[in-house]
Design a protein. Structure first.
Length: 427
């Protein structure tokens, strides 16, 4: 059996790695892939054009295509493949608006009574400033469109809020993605990532996880695509898990079906969980993503023990109710190594050496990397590596990750030293 994974990041490396484990998998192609997705059964496919990808799938008799990032989903790759009768896992373009438009997602949630923050949407800077004058900081400013995880400004002062509006609507800082902004009520609490698979009707939740969005320790600095994650997330108790499924996930899948847009693929709900006891504390959706999170995917894939390709094939055939996932009960934790200058102006082209050899407890997933003409691994993007380990406790797993990071030579790389601090505090 051959599989195609669309994308080039750490999420796609982790997906391809997990999918390649069973003996019956002959090859996993990654398009276009990165410096790490070309070992063992993994092979890079330097193609991004939909027509060329579909032709390759037909010629090579690829059994399943899995879409990693949001951009091809928003561009309609699932529609394109489906019209040709090619099995592909992901939402169609219209359904992917849950991520490609913050305004669409907020309107959807209000329409279907899914808990989320109050909001207003603007394309006119003056009206946005008038709204901010009536709703003082702290407040959240979001680019409406896709911005690679960097389109959210949590403004703690009025000055920051007004500056964010000017930057997006008048300064074009986010390009087309920021030509419209969503201004949201600031929510306090603890964040968690809740990711499920859906075949349009049936739902299968993945293991819980928690991401770390801010660049620096103590949750300081600008928002990024994610600087580290771990699974499971202790904040999500059995009681909260039940409530999230009932109050957020099920109404979302049912709501999409009612709107005539059956949702198939991964659905990621970024949640803010308020204080209090688990039966009564607030659960509100910060965002929807129409794919797995990055870097949440890396620790989640480390914990899957059975054949994930069978799960995805059942989902593609509308039989997700027949699927199950066997989870390793241990903790998995990943820390992202980012380029100097990330997220604003990452420095690329730096040689990376002394990477640890992978084993059953440790794996380095590659993201913004490529091989140069001398076959050296060099950085080619903002987030470069995600060092991920599996262990008996949060503390021991974290120690293993940072011990591995200490051996890696990557000039002036940035990484947080406090990943999973909330879990450690809780324990």
């Amino acid at each position: 059996m051959k599989i195609l994974v669309i994308g080039s990041g750490g999420r796609e490396h982790a997906l391809a790695w997990r999918l390649s484990q069973p003996e019956h998998i002959e090859k996993v192609y990654v398009a276009p892939g990165n410096g790490g997705t070309q070992v063992g059964k993994l092979e890079n496919l330097p193609i991004t054009d939909f027509e060329e990808l579909a032709s390759f799938v037909q010629t090579e008799q690829i059994a399943l295509t899995v879409v990693g990032p949001e951009a091809p989903l928003a561009a309609g790759i699932v529609d394109f493949f489906s019209e040709k009768g090619l099995p592909i896992f992901g939402p169609r373009k219209a359904a992917a608006q849950l991520e490609s438009s913050k305004d669409y997602a907020k309107a959807f949630m209000f329409r279907h009574h899914i808990p989320t923050a109050e909001y207003a949407t603007f394309s006119d800077a003056k009206k946005a400033h008038d709204y901010l004058n009536q709703h003082p900081a702290p407040i959240v400013i979001k680019a409406d469109g896709l911005a690679a995880g960097k389109g959210v400004i949590v403004a703690m002062t009025d000055e920051q809020a007004h500056q964010a509006v000017d930057d997006m609507l008048e300064g074009n800082s986010m390009g087309q993605a920021g030509s419209r902004v969503v201004i949201e009520e600031f929510l306090e609490g603890e964040e968690a990532s809740f990711i499920v698979l859906s075949d349009g009707k049936n739902i299968l939740p993945l293991a819980t996880s928690q991401d770390h969005k801010r660049l620096k320790d103590h949750d300081e600095g600008p928002n990024t695509g994610g600087m580290g994650a771990y699974s499971p997330a202790p904040i999500v108790s059995d009681t909260l898990h039940r409530r999230i499924m009932k109050e957020v996930i099920e109404p979302s899948i049912q709501g999409m079906a009612k709107d005539g847009l059956p949702y198939t693929g991964f659905l990621y709900a970024g949640l803010m969980i308020g204080p209090g006891d688990d039966e009564h504390r607030s659960i509100k959706v910060l965002e929807f993503n129409c794919r797995m999170g990055d870097p949440e995917t890396q620790p989640i894939m480390m914990r899957i023990k059975n054949d994930f390709s069978k799960v995805l094939c059942l989902a593609c055939n509308g039989k997700l109710n027949e699927a199950h996932i066997e989870w390793d009960p241990r903790t998995a934790l990943g820390v992202v190594l980012a380029a100097p200058g990330y997220p604003e102006k990452p420095v690329t082209g730096q040689v990376i050496t002394h990477l640890p050899s992978p084993n059953e407890h440790l794996c380095v997933f590659y993201a913004g990397t490529k091989l140069n003409e001398n076959k050296e691994l060099i950085s080619s993007g903002g987030r470069v590596l995600c060092v991920t380990a599996l262990g008996d406790s949060v503390e021991s797993t974290r120690h293993a990750v940072y011990q591995a990071i200490a051996d890696i030579h990557f000039p002036d790389c940035q990484y947080r030293t406090d990943i999973a601090w909330r879990a450690l505090k809780r324990s």
